[in-house]
Design a protein around this ligand. Sequence first.
Ligand code: SF4
Length: 109
Amino acid sequence: MSSTTERIDSSCSRRVFLQLASVGAFSAIAAGCQKTPSLVCSDPARLSDAESSLRASLHYTEQSSQAAQVCGGCAFFESAQQDACANCTILNGSVNPKGHCDSWSAPTQ
Ligand code: SF4
C-alpha cells in the first residue's frame, strides 16, 4: 500500500522562479504561483500488482470528471479534510480528494 502524499507545484518551481526573476517578469511569477497545485496521492510505482489492478478495474482517477462525485465526498473516504490525501476503504490506500472511481457512493446521513 502506498501512502505517498506530496504536492507538486510546477508553476512555482525554483528553476522557473529564477528564470522569470532574471528577466524581471514578476507579474508572471505572481500569476503562475496563484494556480492551484496538483495533489498527488499515490505513486503508481509503489503500488502492488493487486492494488494497481483494483484501481484499474474501478477506473480510479486522480481527477474526477464529475464535480458532484469526488473522493472527498464519498462514503469510503476516511477524512473530513477536502484538501488532503486520505485512505479509501475500498482501494485500501491513499486517494486524491478530487479523485473518483466506479465505487463512488454518497455518504449516509
Ligand atoms: S470508493 Fe472510489 S470514489 Fe470513493 S473514495 Fe474510494 S476511490 Fe474515491
